[in-house]
Design a protein around this ligand. Structure first.
Ligand code: AMP
Length: 214
C-alpha cells in the first residue's frame, strides 16, 4: 500500500502518520523529518535547506525529488509507505508519478486532512517535537506527561524554529499557492479522500483508517 498525506502545516499529518504506519506495517517517509535530520547532521543537503526551511518557504523540487527517488528504492519500502509532506508542488507530484510508473507502481490513495486555516496558527505555535522520532505534542491540546520531555524516551522536546507566528504565515502561503492545487490533481485521478481533521487525535484517526480502507 502506497499512500500520500496531503494537508496544511499543523493539520496533523505527522501525528496521524505515526499511528497509521504502525497499524498497517508500512514506513513513514516524512520529508520534513528527513530534512531536519540532514540539517542536524550538516550534510550538503542540510546546509542548503536550513535557511529555506527557517524562512518557511519550500526547498527546491530537484532536491526533494532526489531524496524521494533514493528513499523509495530502499528495501523497507517494499511493503508500502506513507508519504508525509511530499509531494508539495505540482512538479513534485508529476515527477513522483514518473518515478512510480518506471517502477510499475502506483499510489493507492491520497488522504487530505482538512482543517480550517484559522485553527492552524494555534496548532503550530503550540507544537513541541521530539526531533529524533518526529513525535509531536501540543502545549494545550496534547501535552507530554512531563512538561518539556518526550513521553517515550524522556528526552528534551524542541520548539521548531519554523513553528513561530511569523514563519507560520509564510508556510501557510506556500501551502495555499503551491500545495493546495494538488487536491485537484489527485481528485482528477480519482484517488483523493477528504478527512475532517478537527477533533480528538483518536477520533480523527478512526476517520483516516476508514478513508484508507474504503
Ligand atoms: P514539515 O515538517 O513537513 O512541515 O516541513 C518543514 C519544512 O521542510 C517545510 O516548511 C519546507 O521548507 C521543507 N520541506 C519539507 N518537505 C518538503 C517538500 N516536499 N518540498 C519542499 N520543501 C519541503
Amino acid at each position: 500500500m502506497r499512500l500520500i498525506f496531503l494537508g496544511a502545516p499543523g493539520s496533523g499529518k505527522g501525528t496521524q502518520a505515526q499511528k497509521l504506519v504502525k497499524d498497517f506495517k508500512i514506513v513513514q517517509l516524512s520529508t520534513g523529518d528527513m530534512l531536519r535530520a540532514a540539517v542536524a547532521a550538516k550534510t550538503e543537503i542540510g546546509l542548503k535547506a536550513k535557511a529555506v526551511m527557517e524562512s518557511g518557504m519550500l526547498v527546491a523540487d530537484e532536491i526533494m525529488i532526489g531524496i524521494i527517488r533514493d528513499r523509495i528504492k530502499e528495501p523497507d519500502c517494499v511493503n508500502g509507505y506513507l508519504l508525509d509532506g511530499f509531494p508539495r508542488t505540482d512538479v513534485q507530484a508529476e515527477k513522483l508519478d514518473e518515478l512510480l510508473n518506471e517502477r510499475g507502481e502506483k499510489i493507492d490513495a491520497v488522504i487530505h486532512l482538512v482543517v480550517d486555516e484559522k485553527m492552524l496558527t494555534q496548532r503550530i505555535t503550540g507544537r513541541r517535537v521530539h526531533l529524533p522520532s518526529g513525535r509531536a505534542y501540543h502545549l494545550e491540546f496534547n501535552p507530554p506527561k512531563v512538561s518539556g520531555k518526550d513521553d517515550i524516551t524522556g528526552e528534551e522536546l524542541t520548539h521548531r524554529k519554523d513553528d513561530t507566528a511569523e514563519t507560520v504565515q509564510e508556510r501557510l502561503e506556500a501551502y495555499r499557492n503551491q500545495t493546495k492545487p494538488l487536491v485537484d490533481y489527485y481528485t482528477k485521478k480519482g484517488i483523493l479522500k477528504e478527512v475532517d481533521a478537527i477533533g480528538e487525535i483518536d477520533e480523527i484517526y478512526t476517520r483516516v483508517k476508514a478513508a484508507v480502507s474504503q
